[in-house]
Design a protein around this ligand. Sequence first.
Ligand code: 4AD
Ligand code: MG
Length: 463
Amino acid sequence: MEIRRIAEVLKQGQPEETVTIAGWVRTKRELKGFAFMEVNDGSCMANLQVVLDPQVPDYDTLVQTINTGASVVVKGNLVPSPGKGQRIELKATTVTLYGEADPQTYPLQKKRHSFEFLRTIAHLRSRTNTLGAVMRVRNACANAIHRFFQERGFLWVHTPIITASDCEGAGELFTVTSLDFNKLPRNKQQEIDFSQDFFGKRAYLTVSGQLEAEIMALAFQNVYTFGPTFRAENSNTSRHLAEFWMVEPEMAFCDLNGDQDLAEAFLKYIFKFVLDHCQEDMEFFNQRIDNTVLETAENIINNEFGRITYTEAIALLEKADRQFEYPVEWGVDLQSEHERYLAEELFKKPLIVSNYPKDIKAFYMRLNDDDKTVAAMDVLAPKIGEIIGGSQREERLDVLENRIAQMGLPPEDLWWYLDLRRFGTVPHAGFGLGFERVVQFMTGMGNIRDVIPFPRTPLSAEF
Ligand code: 4AD
Ligand code: MG
């Protein structure tokens, strides 16, 4: 028994063909002595209509026990569909019911559920139209990302999830420990003695694979990471997750301009790939979630991104005809209200802001000649704000050592990172793309928790 996917059958199946399909019943109804089921197998948004006539073995039992949510395998013949909305349907010869779903308790009945409610049943919500479309777009995005880099000769490198360094220096780390919380070893100062912990020192879940990606770029020239990252930010927003996936390319012999060019080409490529491969799902988002997503995607593919410096951005914000919640002056970090104003209202397209004040950025960013700014860049997207953050890295040993000292970071922990500046250092640059942010941007989904199968957020690690 060869099971065919419904997406393929709907596209290529011919009348008279005998096929077997498998999936979950979305609806079942009886009409004029026949039973009709809509079956979905996750391969596409559309269901395949299955028609059962009373000749089907066990007809009566099947019709009684098959309900929304049940899993079935159906063998039958394709016939032209008299109903509208579909070209063909499946006339069943045999139906095997694998698992029933009790209509009294199965939570996904045929009505619209709120996304908040669906989050409480994340083990079932992927069987809905919206989450199904999200997961297919997410998959296409991941595929596009690998293709983009592989076509350009970037090496996919796997950076560690457990690490002893805080790449971003923001202190938003989850500690990884095997210490017994009821018998914590303490030193003379009564602090927890991590030298007795599993790794002999305090270890964390990584916030970014960048530092290790830099190591690899200085051997392979162009590399990228694509993996989970973790931040113990207590931000309960529609754009933050405690566990999210990040894509981090890193390029040796590359400066901030090259970095911006790559970021722009990269986003254009992903959007084009998804439009080409997920047409039906993207149309669904445009109709049901946000009627600007198709236009936005075309806008991204066809227009050059805006590029301004941080100093220019501040000037534009100071001129804005409105009161921001967070006041603007040179030196402040851009808040999402500022980012959205710039990208959404002023430029109406993605915007790259570069050369931020050094005091609001991480230690590894290359110091500019003005001694006040660093070669950083953020890509800001309408509706989302920051979607990419990157920089040219400080490749000069003495400047980097100074910066580390000024920021009060322990140089002994970064000995290997400094070594890269001792042995064969080169200008290099890279960025990090928040994978869920790009899926959110693409689909128009309002909350980042609905574009990852199992969101981890403050007070929530269910499933
Ligand atoms: O700007 P960030 O903090 O940059 C870095 O981590 C660098 N080490 C990247 C690099 O240069 N290799 O994070 C990068 C991106 C952000 O632009 C944002 O899209 C996403 O990661 N991001 C989050 N996404 C979801 N939830 C969170 N809590 C996020 N924090 C950052
Ligand atoms: Mg950032």
